[in-house]
Design a protein around this ligand. Sequence first.
Ligand SMILES: Nc1ncnc2c1ncn2[C@@H]1O[C@H](C[S@+](CC[C@H]([NH3+])C(=O)[O-])CC(=O)[O-])[C@@H](O)[C@H]1O
Ligand SMILES: O=C(O)C(=O)Cc1ccccc1
Length: 243
Amino acid sequence: MTKKDCIFAAPRPAAPFAFTAEVAGVFDDMLDRSVPLYRESLRRQAQLAARFYREGTRIYDLGCSNGNFGLALGAEMGARDFSMVAVDNSAPMLDRYRARLAATAFGERIVLEEGDARQVAMANASVVVINLTLQFLPLEDRDALLARVHEALVPGGVLLLTEKVVDGDAALAELEREFYYRLKGENGYSQMEISQKREALENVLIPETLAAHRARLERAGFSAVTVWLKWFNFAALLARKAD
Ligand SMILES: Nc1ncnc2c1ncn2[C@@H]1O[C@H](C[S@+](CC[C@H]([NH3+])C(=O)[O-])CC(=O)[O-])[C@@H](O)[C@H]1O
Ligand SMILES: O=C(O)C(=O)Cc1ccccc1
């Protein structure tokens, strides 16, 4: 059971946001109230993964947190066999993922790896998921990771990439931010919570434009890219490797 996210409710000393045990303990509530269409997007990504998964290959989930994609995928696959490697560099997140997997029938199909997404060895992948995680890597490391993802994919394999994005037009970027903070308010976050979290995420979560993402995916070698979901400053992309 995850608790209510009250992390930024009272004034706290300014510190960069990190995926600590405190965050892991309230993670589901935080994402349900902070990421528009979070469950819808996970469910469709699980369906896409099931659709593109090929027997004998692997799925990678980079930045898997406490396992919400893995649990959605397991439910989607049913009795079908699959193999997934789920990576995160936060031990408290993986502890929770491990505990949740133990209560499922598909636990042995998912291998948890504690480590840096930039370092993980990948091969023979039909699906790679990077859900709200590329945004936490230094800008200069993003090209190399996506190039390695493309390299690891089998022909016809897909990358499912979801990110917080920023509009290239300053006025539209401001509009999207305004509507995003409106959603947070509707979901019960106070102005104090919204502004303290914004400060904690500065220089930690670095969003890019959709144009920058498309250009990177093209540089990495992907032959076809679609934005299958967009809500103001959040976007989910599917990038396909040629057959
Ligand atoms: N360099 C890194 N290497 C590995 N993991 C990292 C790194 N940097 C950050 N992380 C991990 O990336 C995750 C980002 S959350 C992903 C949500 C999930 N995908 C979900 O579908 O629920 C998104 C969010 O909280 O906005 C955290 O668990 C970090 O520990
Ligand atoms: O809350 C935010 O502003 C977000 O961008 C979403 C989020 C959710 C969980 C951790 C970091 C960012």
